[in-house]
Write a protein that binds this ligand. Sequence first.
Ligand SMILES: *Cc1c(COP(=O)(O)O)cnc(C)c1O
Length: 225
Amino acid sequence: MSVAENLAEIKGRVSEACRRSGRDESEVSLIAVSKTWPAEHVQKAVDAGQNVFGENKLQEGQDKIPVMDSDLEWHYIGGLQRNKVRKVLGLFHVVHSLDNLKLVKYTDGVAKDMGINPRVLLQVNIGEEESKGGFSADQLRENFAEISKLENITVVGLMCIPPAVAEPELARVWFKKVSDLRDELQQLHEISLPELSMGMSGDFEVAIEEGSTMVRVGTSIFGTR
Ligand SMILES: *Cc1c(COP(=O)(O)O)cnc(C)c1O
């Protein structure tokens, strides 16, 4: 199948999942994860009407973003080291992967210095896996008051990569935990956290049923990396 056909199929499945869960389609944005694919391949998705993309490495963003249409929206979804923050903020519109308090505070400082106020999400290591970055639910509870006072970043929500499971249905419990954590933080701190970045090729429908507003789909659109 072509990239255009894949995109049409994924959009159809996003619509169906919204319909099943009584949600409005406009609440869910599809982020096409173009990592590892060259600009010419990514362009096929642009030609098919896709305008939001995700990358997990600065270098790939530097290769593709400047040579592609300037009205595309780019989301940084990968692990982020301090020394790359300034360049990532200069290129990408949204950062999903702020995964510890020091990095959040550092990013706020860089944003201040750059005179910008980027949208960011806090990554939650909901399964508390050693191999993954992210705040544990408890760390987020502890740190959130401090984070919510930062003035140079706009924290719009939470992002997660749940533990690998044998079938998508088994991911539901993790998505539910992240959604509940979001609700809890919103109530406690009287702020709005509208975005939940959850769901990839294998499990985006379940994620939508559990409240995801940003699904990050790579393989099912662009092919196997
Ligand atoms: C690669 C990646 C995705 C997309 O995964 P697919 O299984 O190819 O859809 C989503 N989120 C993150 C953080 C990724 O690194």
